[in-house]
Ligand binder design. Sequence first.
Ligand SMILES: Cc1cc2nc3c(=O)[nH]c(=O)nc-3n(C[C@H](O)[C@H](O)[C@H](O)COP(=O)(O)OP(=O)(O)OC[C@H]3O[C@@H](n4cnc5c(N)ncnc54)[C@H](O)[C@@H]3O)c2cc1C
Length: 338
Amino acid sequence: MKPFDFQRADTVPDALGKLAPGGAYLAGGTNLVDHLRAGIREVDQIVDVSRLDLTEITETSGGSVRVGAMVKNSDMAAHPFIRERYPMLSEALLAAASGQIRNMATTGGNLLQRTRCVYFYDPTTPCNKREPGTGCSAIAGFGKYNALFGASEHCVTTHPSDMCVALAALDAVVVVEGQGGERRIPFAEFHRLPGDTPEIDTNLRGGELITAVELPPVPVAAHSTYRKVRERASYAFALVSVAGALHLEGGNVKEVRLAFGGVAHKPWRAQKAEAYLTGRPATPENFRAAIEAELADAQTGPENAFKVPMLRNTVISVLEELVENRTAQRRAEQGGAA
Ligand SMILES: Cc1cc2nc3c(=O)[nH]c(=O)nc-3n(C[C@H](O)[C@H](O)[C@H](O)COP(=O)(O)OP(=O)(O)OC[C@H]3O[C@@H](n4cnc5c(N)ncnc54)[C@H](O)[C@@H]3O)c2cc1C
């Protein structure tokens, strides 16, 4: 590992002031340290931000929930605001990594974790994301984790985060601080598709520090869930995952939120499926038609074609589960009132 200068920041302005060109912030270190060790990344300087006072989960006057960038993934998953108002987010966090890693990993670091493509992790192979201009080995190579949506000829990989799939469904806002002051980035604009610059994952500007994630009030999210399909029951990244929320009125879909993981370079908000379902009866036939509307744009190769039926079945199953729970909940409420 290349030697680097190490500094610790006590406040946000201190962190912004200390970061030098070629430097990186260090939070939980569960992704960055792996990259330094594997020779995927070299830095001249580390600014440790893990002790910044950004560890609170609070409610804003507008009813949003503000999660500090240094809140650990395990603490966010367990917080009553998250469990009660955004269960899909709590479930997504708990579906990730292991207990030990969740105790170290932070909200800000999770947003910036990088792909798990095997070629990105192998410095002996070409990878445009690791070394621009060298080519994409995954296109003709091991493609199990390749994207269905939004890939380019330069990169076909997927985003690995579970937390971010739920944040996409919730229209979260990423709050960042830079030399020019605070900036608020809508979640849909935070991560990028690969295009011809796959080495750039997000629209964060150089030196900016993530200070918080804000979750707007989303009443439908109280009735939500997260389903992750993976090769082992724990400690594995998603092949596909689905964050879903559903609000029914008289058997019709009043509001639906759907976001997918494991299928694109960024968490994928299923806008076509949502648009198809809204206002229609909540039937298995309509759930199937909704996912087909989204899948019309899917691009597959021999190694990732299995994700199409996997995603279709997972989406239908998640929506059916949400309908069943809703029906059971309403019956219980009516029974209680009688
Ligand atoms: C074995 C293993 C299994 C895993 N399984 C899963 C899984 O199933 N699902 C999943 O979603 N994740 C999984 N992860 C990934 C894990 O969630 C991330 O490593 C973690 O969330 C990163 O957070 P961190 O605080 O450790 O970030 P760090 O490693 O400290 O930082 C990551 C990046 O973010 C930057 N950074 C950190 N904080 C800030 C900030 N506030 N502002 C600006 N830049 C910042 C750093 O400079 C670095 O570039 C796994 C990790 C491991 C090691």
